[in-house]
Design a protein around this ligand. Sequence first.
Ligand code: SF4
Length: 264
Amino acid sequence: MAKKSARKKVSGSAKPSVQKALAKAKKGSAAKVKPAPKRQQADLKASHGVSKPMTAAQIQEAFRRWEAANPEPTTELTYTNPFTLLVAVVLSAQATDAGVNKATPALFALADTPAKMAALGEDRIRDLIKTIGLFRTKAKNVAMLAHILVSQHGGQVPRTREALEALPGVGRKTANVVLNTAFGEHTIAVDTHIFRVGNRTGMAPGKTVNDVEMKLEQVIPPEYKRHAHHWLILHGRYTCIARKPLCERCVIADLCQWPGKTVM
Ligand code: SF4
């Protein structure tokens, strides 16, 4: 209920420019994508971090529109507490969220705390997650990280990057997702989607994920930092998709600097 009224409030108070962009995207008349060879050329340039940068005003406007369209974005992974979120993110490496969500209900029904997961043991975990890619390594990591949380962190998920990154199977990206989604920190976990969006749009051109992460941290207005990670990832996953982005349905088409599209 509270979510509904917040959404209504943001859309209702949106500026005319925002409303116009949302309406165009809804109609499918925001921009046209160029033929495949031109798109590929544009993507090649973008992946080398040489896109034309967006201005600060354009970046502010892009987040204003994403917020108007989706005021409370969140992860698509199913979880019930910081520990199940951590496990779900570890399991999602090189796998889809949908695939992880199919396996985790049975796992979390048996073990939704580090103590229960440690007691479940690697063999049983492996059995429960065998539909997920790299399940053998992931089962080992989940069992080990549960033991470490019990023995070194009082059965809690730590709130610092250093402690998170010291856990097996947890890298910078996973730590950033947990810090942002479970603890509300203003972190951005740059994955393949955010890397693409940062480069194509010109919001944060960079050759490596670290370059893009650092640029995003510098350019995202403070009021949007809490949810920026999810807006960017959802935009990359559903609109600015890799092969043929849906520019005609994109709410930031007129702000995006990607030369592979033409604004209508
Ligand atoms: S951000 Fe929008 S306009 Fe730009 S490439 Fe992606 S989908 Fe197309």
